[in-house]
Design a protein around this ligand. Structure first.
Ligand code: ADP
Ligand code: TMP
Length: 235
């Protein structure tokens, strides 16, 4: 499948039209951003690594009856996906306290949460993605009540599946961000699942292997991403 017109360029990906009206090509860029785009970086091969990690995880989830937008890999950095009508919502699941949760609640990083925490954010860069709840989502007409129930159900299932998937590879899934969309009302998991959108620590050393290496200027960002890909490949 060939790339046609560029539909959208975001911070980490480009979305292209294809010959099929129902399919898009999702291109993974080497760029890294943080602080809502204010901090910029990149490393060679990041796009290919994130494309490969996302593919492995989408395939794993599909194998466990999670509906995702993934269709096939087009090349190293490009993935053919179903074209979705995206909900302007970021869904975050947390298993271990880190990032904004530590700041918001003044708790210790690394505290294991008794149950997974489910959070919603409005996807709006101009407003800095404010936290919302289901009532806002319904009041703002972002999705139907049934779609919100499905999103919560799929998100919790994805977190549980991936948490144990990573655990078996001696990795801790600290938290992750998911985006959903729909086709004729039917909910699908979209976007990417990569070290840009989840926090992953080594289970023994608690060393950070994800985008926090960039956010916190820890160095060796590429090493972290490569280590995650290595541990989840060929198993
Ligand atoms: P951002 O917009 O936050 O800078 P990206 O650079 O990752 O993010 O851009 C990818 C865009 O494509 C996002 O807005 C995301 O919601 C959207 N998207 C992801 N998957 C699909 C899909 N299957 N169909 C349509 N849009 C999608
Ligand atoms: P947070 O601790 O900054 O709220 O982030 C929680 C998780 O969501 C973390 O894995 C990073 C991911 N995330 C994104 O993918 N995009 C975003 O815009 C934000 C704020 C977080």
């Amino acid at each position: 499948m060939e790339r046609n017109k560029l539909l959208y360029e975001g911070k980490a990906k480009k979305m292209f039209q294809t010959d099929s009206p129902n399919r898009l090509i999702q291109h993974f860029k080497d760029d890294l951003t943080a602080l809502n785009g204010a901090k910029k970086g990149s490393f060679n091969g990041k796009g290919a690594i994130n494309c490969a990690i996302s593919e492995i995880l989408f395939k794993y989830l599909e194998g466990h009856y999670v509906p995702t937008h993934y269709i096939e890999r087009a090349n190293n950095t490009d993935m053919v996906v179903r074209k979705l009508e995206m909900f302007p919502i970021e869904v975050v699941l947390r298993n271990i306290a880190a990032g904004s949760m530590v700041k918001r609640f003044k708790i210790k990083e690394g505290e294991v949460l008794q149950t997974a925490v489910y959070e919603l954010y409005l996807k709006d860069d101009k407003l800095n993605d404010p936290m919302i709840n289901e009532s806002h989502a319904l009041a703002f007409n972002l999705a139907t009540a049934e779609q919100m129930r499905t999103i919560a159900q799929i998100a919790k299932k994805v977190n549980a599946l991936l948490r144990s998937f990573f655990e078996r590879r001696n990795l801790l899934l600290v938290d992750l961000k998911l985006e959903f969309g729909h086709i004729d009302g039917e909910v699908y998991l979209g976007d990417e699942i990569s070290p840009d959108t989840m926090r992953i620590w080594d289970k023994i050393s608690n060393i950070k292997l994800d985008k926090d290496r960039f956010r916190l200027d820890l160095g060796e960002i590429d090493k972290g991403y490569k280590e995650i890909l290595k541990r989840i490949s060929n198993v």
